[in-house]
Design a protein around this ligand. Structure first.
Ligand SMILES: *Cc1c(COP(=O)(O)O)cnc(C)c1O
Length: 382
C-alpha cells in the first residue's frame, strides 16, 4: 500500500466540474487582478471566519507582512511570537526591521504559552503574533487580555487554522487581524499562492486595501508606501468554489484524527516516553496536520517511508535557532519545549480522502516502528 502525506488529485477529482467552471468564468471575463471574483471571495471568507472585512492578498506571508505595515511596525519595535512555526511568522517581523521576540510553547498544544508572554513584554513591544499551529487555536483569551492591558496589537497567524473554533469564536476573528494562507496544502488551498487578512475594523481594512496596491488610494496618488500584495481572480475563484466543501473536509480530517487516536491511544498510554498523540483542547481542531511526537523519529520516518507512507517534519529547526536570527543570541536549551517538539514531531497523512484501511495501515506501521531502538534516543518528557 502507498499512502502519501497529501494527495490533492483526489480532491480535485471530486469537485472538478465546479472548479473548471469557476476558472473558465474568470478566463472568459479576462479580469485577472482583484475585481468581482476577489470581492466575492473576500466576503465569503470573512463571513466564514466570523469577521466583518476580508482583504485578499498574494499569500499568507504577505497577509502577515501587510498587517505589520498597516500598524507602522518597524525598526526599534518588538513583536512577540512563537519559535515553533513556519518561517514566515518570524520572517515578516524581521523584514519590517522590527525584532522578533520568541516565547516558548505550551507542551501539549505546541502553541505559544500565554503564561510566558508577560515576562517578555517591554516598552518596545508593539504586537503579538500567536500561531494556531496545525489547526488548533492558541489560548487566545489570556493573550487578548494581556494585549488589551498593554495596548498591544494581536495578529493571528491562522494560516493553518481556517474554521478552527473555541468558545464561540473562529480563528482570525479574535485578534485585531487574522491572517490566512491559500497555499495549496492548507485546508482551503488555491491553485497557486494566495492569502487574506480579516478584521472587524473598517479603517484597518481600508488601510490594508491601499497597502496591497502600493499604498494607492486615489489612482497614482500615494500617501504611504505599500507593495504589490494583490490576490488574483483565478485563485479567488478556486477558493470561493472550495469554501462550500470546507466543513465536510474538516469533518473528514477530524474523523481521521479520531481513528488514529483510537488505534494508537493504547500505545501512547503504555509508552508515553516514546509516543505522544496530538490533543484537542479546544472546541474545533481543523487538523491541517496530524502531528505525533516520537522519541526515535529518524527510525520511524525511515520505516514508514519503506512501508510507502509519506510523513513530514514540521519543524526541524525552531525559529530562534535559525542562522538568520543568530544575532538575537538565543542559546540552545533556552526555549526547551520548542526544541523538544522540533526533535520529535512527525506529521502523518490526515487529508480528507484517506480511507480507514489506509489509516489503519499507517497506525500499524507506526506502532511497530516506535518500538525500534535508535542511538541517542531521548525520552519524551512532556
Ligand atoms: C503556510 C504558512 C504561512 C505562509 O503562508 P504562504 O501562503 O505560504 O505565504 C505562514 N504561517 C504559517 C503558520 C503557515 O503555515
Amino acid at each position: 500500500m502507498k499512502v502519501p502525506l497529501l494527495d490533492l488529485t483526489a480532491q480535485y477529482a471530486s469537485i472538478r466540474d465546479e472548479i473548471d467552471a469557476a476558472m473558465a468564468a474568470v478566463v472568459t471575463s479576462q479580469h485577472f487582478i482583484l475585481g468581482a471574483a476577489v470581492e466575492a471571495c473576500e466576503q465569503a471568507v470573512a463571513a466564514y471566519t466570523g469577521s466583518r472585512y476580508g482583504v485578499g492578498v498574494s499569500s499568507g506571508t504577505d497577509a502577515l507582512l501587510v498587517t505589520l505595515m498597516a500598524e507602522d511596525i518597524g525598526p526599534g519595535d518588538e513583536v512577540i511570537t512563537t519559535p515553533y512555526s513556519f518561517f514566515a511568522t518570524a520572517g515578516v517581523i524581521a523584514r519590517t526591521g522590527a525584532t522578533p521576540v520568541f516565547v516558548d510553547v505550551d507542551p501539549i498544544t505546541l502553541n505559544i504559552d500565554p503564561g510566558l508572554i508577560e515576562d517578555r513584554i517591554s516598552t518596545r513591544t508593539r504586537a503579538i503574533i500567536p500561531v494556531h499551529i496545525f489547526g488548533q487555536l492558541a489560548d487566545m483569551a489570556p493573550i487578548m487580555e494581556i494585549a488589551a492591558r498593554r495596548d498591544i496589537i494581536v495578529i493571528e497567524d491562522a494560516a493553518q487554522a481556517i474554521g478552527a473554533e473555541d468558545q464561540g469564536r473562529r480563528a482570525g476573528s479574535i485578534g485585531h487581524y487574522g491572517c490566512f494562507s491559500f497555499f495549496p496544502t492548507k485546508n482551503l488551498g488555491a491553485y497557486g499562492d494566495g492569502g487574506m487578512v480579516v478584521t472587524d475594523d473598517r479603517a484597518r481594512a481600508d488601510k490594508l486595501r491601499a497597502l496591497r496596491v502600493h499604498g494607492e488610494t486615489v489612482r497614482y496618488h500615494h500617501r504611504v508606501v505599500g507593495g504589490n500584495f494583490r490576490l488574483d481572480a483565478l485563485q479567488a475563484s478556486v477558493v470561493l468554489a472550495k469554501l462550500s466543501h470546507l466543513d465536510a473536509w474538516t469533518e473528514a480530517r477530524q474523523a481521521n484524527a479520531s481513528l488514529y487516536a483510537s488505534l494508537l491511544g493504547k500505545i501512547e498510554a503504555e509508552h508515553p516516553s516514546r509516543l505522544r498523540l496530538p490533543r484537542t483542547v479546544t472546541d474545533r481542531h481543523v487538523f491541517n496536520q496530524y502531528v505525533v511526537r516520537v522519541a526515535n523519529r529518524n527510525t520511524v520516518k525511515e520505516r514508514l517511508a519503506t512501508a510507502g507512507i509519506g510523513t513530514a517534519i514540521y519543524y526541524p529547526v525552531p525559529l530562534h535557532r535559525q542562522d538568520c536570527f543568530s544575532s538575537l543570541d538565543y542559546r540552545t536549551g533556552e526555549l526547551p519545549r520548542s526544541e523538544e517538539a522540533a526533535r520529535s514531531a512527525l506529521a502523518l497523512p490526515i487529508y480528507p480522502e484517506l480511507t480507514d484501511a489506509e489509516i489503519r495501515y499507517v497506525a500499524r506501521s507506526l506502532e511497530s516502528a516506535v518500538d525500534e531502538p535508535e542511538p541517542n534516543r531521548k525520552r519524551l518528557t512532556s
